[in-house]
Design a protein around this ligand. Structure first.
Ligand SMILES: *[C@@H]1O[C@H](CO)[C@@H](O)[C@H](O)[C@H]1NC(C)=O
Ligand SMILES: *[C@@H]1O[C@H](CO)[C@@H](O)[C@H](O)[C@H]1NC(C)=O
Ligand SMILES: CC(=O)N[C@H]1CO[C@H](CO)[C@@H](O)[C@@H]1O
Length: 442
C-alpha cells in the first residue's frame, strides 16, 4: 500500500488558486481548534457550528481549513481526526484569504488561500499512517517557524513585562502536565483548563496554560522530562496573581511535539543529562502550588470561621481554600529550638532526617549533595479580630515570596487542622473592611 497515493493525483498546497474546482488535497493535520457554536442570524433560535484546522504537505507549505454547518456534521467531522493524522480532502472551496482578518485567530500560513469545507460538497477521509508516505508523516516534527526563531524561557523571564501580551515562539521541554479542570462560567458555558509546566537550560519551571480540548489532548500525549515542544505563536502574559510570566495556547498557536531540529536536540540532551537532579523542584512546586489556581479562591473567612470549619470537617481529608485578612502575630526566626530552614529530599520533597541524613520516604542518602535542597520551613501565628491560628506553616516558595525572598505557607495545628498559606500579601485596609463587613458572624 505504501506510496499508493501517487502525489500527482493530488493538488499540492503550494499550487492552490482561488476557485479551483474538483480538487483533491492531502496533508498532515498540524493544528486544530475546538468546535464552537454561534447563533445563526438567518435562522433565529438555531446555532451554526464551526471548527478549523491546518494541514501541511511539504516543509514550506501549509494552509488553514474551516468548516461550518449544523452541530451533528461539525462535531462528527471534528471527532474523526486529530493533530498528527493525515487527511485527504475532496472538493473543498478555495478562497483567497484576507490576511489580517484570517491571521487574527488562525495560524499564520505561507499560503494566500484557505479551504472551506461544507457537508454537501466536500469530503474528508482520514488515512491510516501505513498508507502515507513517510515524508508526509515526518512533517509533524517540523516547526512552522525557523528552528532558531524562538525565545528561551530565561529570555522571557528576563524581558518580563515588556513581553506582556506578545505572541512569540518558544522551544522548551515538558516538566509536567497538570490535571484538566472542568468549570462552568457565569454565563453557563462549559470550560476546561490544563496547566503544563515547561523548563529549559535557563529556567526550571514556567507555566503554559491550555484552555481548549484539542491542545489539552495534545498535551496529554507528552511525557514529562522526555518531550520537547516548539510552540509557535503562543501568547505571553504577566500573571499578576502569581507575579510571574506565563504562556497561553491560543487559536493561532501550532505546537510541534519533539521537533526534529538541531536546537531541539541540544535541549533533549540537556534534559536527559539532568533527569535526576531536576526531579525535585517540580515535585515541590507541583505539590505546593501548581495544582491550585489562586484566582479561583474567593471565599473570605475569619479565624473564628476557620476554626468552626475545622471542627465540622474533622476526619475529612479534602482541603478547602479561602482568604483570611489577618496579621502575622508570631514569626519566630530567632528561637534556637525551631529551625527556619531545613533540607528537603530532592526526589520526594519531604524533610530529610537531620541525624541520619536520610529521607525516610524514599530512603535516599542526602550526603549526595544533589539529593537535598534547602527550604524555608517555619511556623507562624495569624491573628484577626476573632482570634488566632497557631502554628500555620509557611514553607518553600510561598515563604520566599512573603518574606521578599520567596516562600510557601502551610499550617499544621494540633487540632488536626492543617493550613497552608498559598500567597501572603499586604491587604488594602479598605478592601479588608469591606469584605469583612459583608460577613455574617457564625
Ligand atoms: C445540502 O443539501 C441538502 C439536501 O440536498 C439541502 O436541503 C441543504 O439546504 C443543503 N445545504 C446547504 C448548506 O447547501
Ligand atoms: C471539552 O471536553 C469536555 C469533556 O470531555 C466536554 O464536556 C466539552 O463539551 C468539550 N468542549 C468542546 C468545546 O469541545
Ligand atoms: C469575596 C469578596 O467579597 N471579595 C471582595 C473583597 O473586596 C474587593 C474590593 O472591594 C472586591 O473586589 C472583592 O470582590
Amino acid at each position: 500500500m505504501a506510496n499508493s497515493f501517487a502525489t500527482r493525483t493530488f493538488t499540492t498546497l503550494s499550487g492552490l488558486q482561488p476557485n479551483m474546482a474538483n480538487l483533491k488535497v492531502i496533508g498532515i493535520v498540524i493544528g486544530k481548534t475546538d468546535v464552537k457554536g454561534f447563533p445563526d442570524r438567518k435562522n433565529i433560535g438555531s446555532e451554526r457550528y464551526t471548527f478549523s484546522f491546518t494541514i501541511r504537505d511539504s516543509p514550506a507549505h501549509f494552509v488553514n481549513a474551516a468548516s461550518w454547518g449544523n452541530e451533528d456534521y461539525i462535531k462528527s467531522l471534528s471527532d474523526s481526526f486529530r493533530v498528527g493524522d493525515c487527511v485527504i480532502i475532496e472538493n473543498p472551496l478555495i478562497q483567497r484569504k484576507e490576511i489580517e482578518r484570517e491571521e487574527k485567530f488562525c495560524p499564520a500560513t505561507p499560503s494566500s488561500c484557505k479551504l472551506l469545507l461544507s457537508e454537501n460538497h466536500s469530503t474528508v477521509k482520514v488515512c491510516s499512517s501505513y498508507e502515507v508516505d513517510t515524508k508526509l508523516l515526518s512533517l509533524i516534527h517540523l516547526p512552522v517557524k525557523e528552528s532558531h526563531d524562538y525565545y528561551s524561557l530565561g529570555d522571557i523571564v528576563a524581558n518580563g513585562h515588556s513581553l506582556n501580551g506578545r505572541i512569540i515562539n518558544v522551544l522548551a521541554a515538558v516538566k509536567s502536565v497538570g490535571e484538566t479542570k472542568y468549570f462552568t462560567t457565569s454565563d453557563r458555558r462549559k470550560g476546561q483548563r490544563c496547566e503544563v509546566r515547561l523548563y529549559d537550560e535557563t529556567e526550571s519551571s514556567f507555566a503554559m496554560t491550555c484552555w481548549d480540548n484539542e491542545s489539552i489532548l495534545l498535551a496529554q500525549s507528552w511525557m514529562p522530562r522526555e518531550t520537547v515542544i516548539f510552540a509557535s505563536d503562543i501568547r505571553i502574559s504577566f500573571d499578576k496573581f502569581r507575579n510571574c510570566m506565563t504562556a497561553t495556547v491560543i487559536s493561532k498557536t501550532i505546537i510541534t511535539t519533539n521537533p526534529d531540529t538541531p536546537e531541539a536536540n541540544i535541549l533533549l540532551n540537556f534534559i536527559r543529562e539532568n533527569k535526576e537532579t531536576n526531579v525535585m523542584d517540580d515535585e515541590i512546586d507541583s505539590y505546593f502550588k501548581e495544582s491550585i489556581n489562586l484566582n479561583t479562591i474567593v471565599d473570605v473567612y475569619t479565624v473564628e470561621q476557620l476554626k468552626g470549619k475545622a471542627l465540622k470537617n474533622e476526619g475529612k481529608a479534602d482541603p478547602s481554600y479561602g482568604i483570611l485578612y489577618a496579621y502575622i502575630s508570631t514569626l519566630n526566626i530567632d528561637d534556637e529550638t525551631t529551625k527556619v530552614v531545613r533540607n528537603r529530599c530532592s526526589s520526594c520533597g519531604y524533610i530529610v532526617n537531620e541525624a541520619s541524613n536520610m529521607c525516610a520516604t524514599c530512603n535516599k542518602n542526602s550526603l549526595d549533595f544533589k539529593s537535598v535542597f534547602l527550604s524555608f520551613d517555619m511556623l507562624i501565628d495569624l491573628t484577626d479580630h476573632t482570634g488566632t491560628l497557631h502554628s500555620c506553616s509557611l514553607t518553600g516558595s510561598v515563604a520566599e515570596e512573603t518574606l521578599g525572598c520567596t516562600f510557601v505557607l502551610s499550617h499544621r495545628a494540633r487540632s488536626g487542622l492543617k493550613i497552608s498559606v498559598l500567597s501572603c500579601k499586604l491587604a488594602d485596609p479598605a478592601e479588608a473592611s469591606r469584605n469583612l463587613s459583608g460577613q455574617k458572624h457564625v
